[in-house]
Design a protein around this ligand. Structure first.
Ligand code: ZN
Length: 58
């Protein structure tokens, strides 16, 4: 049986992203497991790709 290292087991799965929520301007937290970000204010999840695209337009 292959050894499985869960890199998230001992660390907080949420990483503070340097992006703002496109809806309310709150801080976004990157949820590394799902490849998505969650706003700490409105709790809306956003795909990381969408956020990167949004930031690239500015
Ligand atoms: Zn928000």
């Amino acid at each position: 049986m292959a050894e499985f290292d869960n890199i998230y087991a001992e660390s907080n799965p949420f990483v503070r992203a340097h992006f703002d929520c496109p809806q309310c301007g709150g801080k976004l937290w990157e949820y590394a497991i799902q490849g998505q970000m969650v706003c700490e204010d409105c709790r809306n999840p956003f795909p990381s790709e969408d956020i990167f695209d949004e930031q690239a337009k500015r």
